[in-house]
Design a protein around this ligand. Sequence first.
Ligand SMILES: [Zn+2]
Length: 487
Amino acid sequence: MALHITNSLTRKKEPFVPLREGHVGIYVCGPTVYGHAHIGHAKSFISFDVAVRYLRHLGHRVRYVQNITDVGHLTDDTTGMADEGEDKVLKQARREQVEPMELVERYTRSYFEDMDRLNALRPDISPRASGHIPEQIDLIERLIERGLAYTRDGYVYFSIRDFKDYGKLSGRDYEEQEAGARVLVDERKRDPRDFALWKRAEPEHILRWKSPWGVGYPGWHIECSAMSMRYLGETFDIHGGGLEHTFPHHECEIAQSEGATGKPFVRVWMHNNMLTVNGVKMGKSLGNYTTVKDALREVDPQTLRLFFLNSHYRSVLDFSMEAITATGQGMERLRRTVLSLDERARTAADQESHPGFNTLLDQTRRFFTEAMDDDFNTSQAVGELFDLARVVNTYLSAGTLGRKDLEAARKLYSDLGEEVLGLGFQEPGQGVASSGAEDALISFLLDLRGEFRAQKNWAMADRVRDRLAELGYLIEDGPQGARWRRK
Ligand SMILES: [Zn+2]
């Protein structure tokens, strides 16, 4: 079976065929940078990280674009349809008493810092909405020219009535869409469902740009249409995002893009389901809002990553400390198995390959690939790695494997566990997150010990090792040099 993806647009699991053979363009709606990312964001971004990794593993050249929303997302905009309210960035900038762009910079860095710790690959392009205003203005002008948008008082609205396909992604009919538009006693609009492409900036609105319709700023939806098409073309392969953005955000993206170009916008829409905390939807007002930084103070990043991968991206996942503890124990078992393979391979004899063992590895690769081909079924793929670990441990206890077998098993864990799933087996684990400063200090001491060893100053080298051990750090020498972990 080749890769199949559940396409929200057709509501079917379909074989994935890229528009241009060997190349895949993927756009994922990124964070609005006015606060630290929470663990629900992390679930979403890790789902798409694994999708990108797997597409690359299959040999595709992937261009992965994920935007940074730094303008236009309004506070009242839980539905995305509100055209009033404050800009989230401006409001928070006032609260923190910084320039809006200072705030944006702060939380953009914070976001990447979190994603780096969770071992999510950086997107190839991270375009910012505020850096693509001309593209957004161009797109709006095209929509006006094609009779799909109209201007009123410095505002530009998309005219839903004139775009017949509106609703095709979410499957909402007219009444439901109107209900989604809630508020709206807005006399500027011809139809309550119409949404703003451009808004007039009031004097206190300091994020503002000149446009053919006066000084203003873009609506939230238009940035994703403009930036995705700028970098991936007018029709591209995959668009990802949270399920909660299907309507109206993604519906509006389709209307804007297809309205302007007359071409299909996205071939496959992928939607990630939400994270609940102890069975309850996460929300700032509910007091169960957990940032990635808070979570990583108590949870090892690899464990958190594995926790997300243990469920399917289209399922709701519940975060609880019991579930995390269980995952942490699993991660540790897997890590120990992989490190044992490394350790044994260093001293094992060169002997004929164990025939049964090779078959087992081939089978695991096949089952893993079948799971991933089935709409990125990471929970099953992870299960294959655990099943293999159990058998590997039996072989390790029996001591029947030669170097080649051990290395082949290790390679399987690198290819599938590290490369595709993004799990790090080398990193200090034990369910305790380490700080960057700690990493740097221990690495420095290990370098120092390496130099002592190179000078054959064994006494000093051992002193460093023993002293670290007293402090609770175990040092293990491996082919890639010395590693450490907490006892
Ligand atoms: Zn978006």
